[in-house]
Design a protein around this ligand. Structure first.
Ligand SMILES: Cc1cc2nc3c(=O)[nH]c(=O)nc-3n(C[C@H](O)[C@H](O)[C@H](O)COP(=O)(O)OP(=O)(O)OC[C@H]3O[C@@H](n4cnc5c(N)ncnc54)[C@H](O)[C@@H]3O)c2cc1C
Length: 326
């Protein structure tokens, strides 16, 4: 995956978009990059890596409250605290903006403590190790980047548009997750398609380009961009901040255009990579360009992709955006 694009993310340090960037460079088709899922409730404690407070906590009766103590989810959705991930993530951001806070809270204090310690022992233990007893105290949370629906376009046998190149897992995009993966379904990619790739390669690959097509599509190359006047120096921290601020849960043309210009400038100005951190930065900049340009192009909101300037879905956009190097 590529969760490290974003300042707040639940992914491991290795999720730096390497697979996508490498596949793009050799000419593979890259699809659905604008669809990046943000988990609504990652633990938000200073100096602590965002740690997932799973939906099950709300399923069990946990309630989201803003810093003033108000239970806000019923204001946004009839499904209340159990609304889909994208709706809860946006609602939390709105509440954070309204209250000028960098967090909201999950309240499980009204649940019997044994429910918390037996149903969520890992979450309970992790919080306790960081000085928070969630049976008695509110859990500070905020959204964080979690799962990339887009990636290297594959068919249902893991074949990409390049003969002999296979992709599986979060780096791949067979389209099965649509615009908004359902929780726990990434195992489909990892288990089913990986097994199918093994079967396919055992039989030997056929000559010719694999057929990965399906559904309506728009084909794009990464366009030249006008370089903005003032751009921050490229760094891992600057890249993560840029994506969080401009390409995050809520996007619009202005924020995306700014990010697209900066990323294009960084791509031009970065010195050739020499070691792991510099390769990862290169790959993140390229992957970020693919996410940002696709998000700019898709002038509608669908699934995890929310444009505040185009808040509705449009039938015209029932199509995949596909990038290739040429
Ligand atoms: C906190 C969290 C909870 C989740 N919970 C669930 C869940 O409950 N159910 C579910 O279905 N999904 C869940 N997911 C999503 C799921 O875990 C991932 O989508 C899945 O693990 C991706 O598998 P992968 O093999 O593609 O990538 P990874 O598991 O990240 O493996 C990638 C591998 O590639 C290696 N690698 C990276 N870069 C390079 C390089 N340049 N060269 C060589 N090797 C490299 C890495 O070291 C790593 O071993 C969760 C994700 C997170 C972050």
């Amino acid at each position: 995956g590529a969760g490290q694009l974003f300042k707040f993310n639940t992914n491991s340090d290795i999720a730096t978009g390497d697979g996508i960037a490498l596949a793009f460079k050799v000419g593979a088709e890259i699809m659905d990059m604008e669809f990046f899922q943000f988990h609504p409730t990652a633990l938000h404690l200073p100096g602590v890596t965002p740690f997932l407070i799973s939906e099950a906590v709300r399923g069990e009766g946990g309630i989201l409250r803003n810093v003033a103590g108000h239970r806000f989810m019923p204001d946004y959705s009839p499904q209340g605290d159990l609304a889909p991930r994208d709706i809860v993530a946006r609602s939390i951001l709105y509440e954070m903006q309204k209250t000028g806070s960098d967090r909201v809270f999950i309240d499980v204090t009204r649940l019997p403590p044994y429910i918390i310690t037996t149903r969520f022992p890992h979450i309970y233990r992790f919080c306790l190790d960081h000085g928070l007893d969630i049976t008695k105290e509110l859990v500070p949370v905020a959204p964080a980047a979690h799962y990339m629906m887009g990636g290297v376009r594959t068919n249902s046998w893991g074949e990409t548009s390049i003969t002999g190149l296979f992709a599986t897992g979060e780096t791949a995009c067979a389209g099965v997750h649509g615009a908004n993966r359902l929780a726990s379904n990434s195992m489909l990619e990892v288990v089913v398609f990986s097994k199918r790739i093994m079967e396919k390669t055992r039989k030997g690959t056929k000559a010719g380009v694999p057929d990965v097509t399906g559904g309506a599509e728009v084909h794009q190359v990464l366009s030249q961009r006008q370089i903005p006047k003032s751009i921050p120096a490229p760094s891992f921290a600057a890249l993560q901040k840029l994506h969080w601020d401009k390409v995050g849960v809520i996007r619009d043309r202005e924020s995306l255009t700014r990010a697209a210009g900066i990323l294009a400038a960084w791509q031009k100005s970065l010195p050739p990579p020499t070691d792991r951190p510099s390769y990862e930065l290169h790959h993140l900049v390229l992957t970020g360009r693919l996410v940002t340009e696709a998000a700019l192009l898709r002038e509608e909101s669908r699934g995890a992709h929310f444009r505040s300037d185009f808040p509705q879905s449009s039938p015209q956009w029932q199509r995949h955006i596909i990038f290739t190097a040429k």
